[in-house]
Design a protein around this ligand. Structure first.
Ligand code: FES
Ligand code: FES
Length: 170
């Protein structure tokens, strides 16, 4: 038995058939083949499955797919477009590249989505605020320091973009 869930994913309206008790992570990975969203603990502890639901970082293993009916979901695959329509990577993605915020990369999509949500709420976080903001996402490779550097890099790029657009620069 399955049910249909209607939602918007990465800007596109979708209607997806899922098991009634399927989590949102299953809808994304198996229903839409958006496998950038990772499965880790599936108990809400690791954050590997984090996506944006209506703009908020959400552990998609902890949300029933049916609860996402009518919601706007952004996954790592849609993050560049979420940043704008110029085709560039989101500053958070650029930060992880520039500051070496990943090793195996398994935690990175969830970590990036959490960082995006954090920076939307607090565009100029201190080191401690970044540390606190991503504490629900576990990484077993990096020791976190470079992840914090990556998020700080993104905050600075976003600040520059805001200043440039206020000045009317390209
Ligand atoms: S897989 Fe969702 S929090 Fe770990
Ligand atoms: S880079 Fe490997 S788990 Fe974070």
């Amino acid at each position: 038995m399955s049910m249909n869930v209607g939602l918007t994913v990465n800007g596109e309206r979708k209607e997806v058939a899922v098991r009634p008790m399927a989590p949102l992570s299953e809808l994304l990975r198996e229903g839409l083949e958006l496998t950038g969203t990772k499965r880790g603990c599936e108990t809400g502890k690791c954050g590997a499955c984090t996506v944006l639901v209506d703009g908020k970082a959400t552990k998609s293993c902890q949300r029933l797919a049916g609860q996402a009916e009518g919601c706007e979901v952004v996954t790592i695959e849609g993050l560049a477009d979420h940043a704008g329509d110029d085709g560039d990577l989101h500053p958070v993605q650029q930060g992880f590249i520039e500051k070496f915020g990943m090793q195996c990369g398994y935690c990175t999509p969830g970590m990036a989505m959490t960082a995006v949500s954090l920076l939307e709420e607090n565009p100029n976080p201190t080191r401690e605020e970044i540390q606190d903001g991503v504490k629900g996402n576990l990484c077993r490779c990096t020791g976190y320091t470079k992840i914090y550097d990556s998020v700080r890099y993104a905050a600075e790029r976003l600040e520059e973009t805001t200043v440039e657009s206020a000045r009317g620069d390209d």
